[in-house]
Design a protein around this ligand. Structure first.
Ligand code: BTN
Length: 332
């Protein structure tokens, strides 16, 4: 969508009432036939627009796609999501966001896609990304902290997503699974993949990639055993633009506090209250070893605190945690 089309759309979303063709001509310095072309383009993209002689144009239905014009009315942030690059299809929003960050994109820019052909998950896994139903987006951050602190961001964003999901429905109990998943009824609803470019003392940028299963109504086997969506959990369709805005609205103040506070201490009570693993017996698989114990908490640096059978406290900084009493389908 070109710039003027997008601005006409934004104006119609903001006004909610009829806007005259003449006013649009004046506002954007274009002819009446150009206005008509932009309106036709918007209609071809799925927007319902009433045209009434003597009154002008009025938007009667949005598309529900997470495009900037539909996200912006729900945003309360200062920086996050103020620039959103939307793609109907791309390989991976993380790849695009990293390229933008290398080119100098400012903190807060978001890349969002309606579908991904090569969505990436942790540990080299793929993230299935069908079109029209879910959220796939990547946020560019420039935290200016030593790279050793960056892994804490995964838990911080998990808290923000959890807050946004919890605000949707009181009947809906999502849990945070250290370090980067949100689960509901033991099935995965959302994943986070943070990637960074850094030197030891300086983080150039972090790309926070978020996938949320929103309105997906079916999962192919074997995924149906381990994955769920908001639609499955609540029985209701959710607005993707509003949910995207809500995650950013919750995340920005948490991120600002984290920059000031130096660690996760301020959000630990929230993380522990909503932690799926709290007080549970788990095994954490790491690249070269596995560690087992009972989860006693999360450290202010984001490590999982495990108590071994011998009563020793072990701090685990990375890995894939599995509940020991649960079948493997609980560990998507
Ligand atoms: C995981 O749980 O393994 C992390 C999944 C992260 C998926 C998101 S979708 C948007 C962004 N783009 C990607 O390619 N991956 C992340």
């Amino acid at each position: 969508m070109n710039d003027i089309t997008a601005r006409i759309l934004s104006q119609m979303i903001t006004d909610a009432d009829f806007v005259s063709g003449e006013a649009l001509c004046r506002e954007f310095g274009i002819t009446r036939s150009a206005v008509w072309k932009h309106i036709s383009l918007l209609r071809s993209e799925g927007y319902s627009i009433d045209a009434v002689t003597g009154r002008g144009y009025r938007l009667s239905a949005l598309t529900g796609r997470p495009v900037e014009a539909e996200v912006r009315p729900s945003l309360t942030t200062r920086r996050f999501g103020r620039k959103i690059a939307y793609h109907s299809v791309t390989a991976s929003t993380n790849i695009l966001a990293k390229a933008l960050a290398v080119e100098g994109a400012v903190e807060g820019c978001v890349v969002v896609a309606d579908s991904q052909t090569g969505g990436r998950g942790r540990m080299g896994r793929t993230w299935l990304s069908p079109s029209g139903v879910n959220l796939y987006f990547s946020l560019i951050l420039r935290p200016g902290v030593p790279s050793i602190r960056v892994p804490q961001l995964t838990l911080l964003v998990a808290a923000a997503i959890h807050q946004a999901l919890s605000a949707l429905s009181v009947d809906f109990a999502a849990m945070i699974k250290w370090p980067n998943d949100i689960l509901a009824n033991g099935k995965k609803l959302c994943g986070v993949l943070c990637e960074m470019q850094s030197e030891p003392d300086c983080t150039h940028f972090v790309v926070v990639g978020i996938g949320i299963n929103v309105n997906q109504s079916a999962f192919q086997p074997p995924l149906h055993e381990s994955a769920t969506s908001l639609f499955f959990e609540t029985g209701q369709l959710s607005s993707r633009p509003e949910l995207l805005a809500s995650v950013l609205n919750y995340f920005e103040p948490l991120y600002d506090s984290w920059l000031l506070e130096d660690d996760l201490g301020f959000i630990l009570p929230y993380l522990e209250t909503h932690s799926l693993l709290q007080s549970k017996a788990v095994t954490v698989d790491q690249l070269k070893r596995s560690v087992s114990g009972t989860v006693r908490g999360i450290s202010r640096f984001g490590e999982l605190e495990l108590e071994s059978a011998e009563g020793e406290i072990i701090l685990v900084s990375s890995g894939e945690a599995h509940l020991r009493s649960c079948p493997s389908s609980y560990n998507p």
